[in-house]
Design a protein around this ligand. Sequence first.
Ligand SMILES: [Zn+2]
Length: 113
Amino acid sequence: MHHEMSAAQHALHLILEEAAKRGLKKVKSVRVIVGQTRALEEDYFNRAFEEASKGTLASGAKIIFSISPLKAVCSSCHKEITPASSLSLSCPFCAGTDIEIVSGQELLVGDVE
Ligand SMILES: [Zn+2]
């Protein structure tokens, strides 16, 4: 669960930043948006987050875990495609291989309350 731990620490950092900006004393719940390609396990992530957030104002926060699907845009024909994986990318419309991933790799937090 190594990458869950580093993802949890990164998410915690974003949450504390957001909480500070909004002057929150305690974080009760937060949405964590995780790109599909990060392949995080929700259970592992929750446990890692619990561990990482101990002693912070996000300790005990309820995590709403959402997966953001992989999406890409072809640089040749500009169509949006939804590849099954980020490993073998080619455009199903023009067979171009110059593909730009636009979502599915992110780690974001939202709805910090
Ligand atoms: Zn294309």
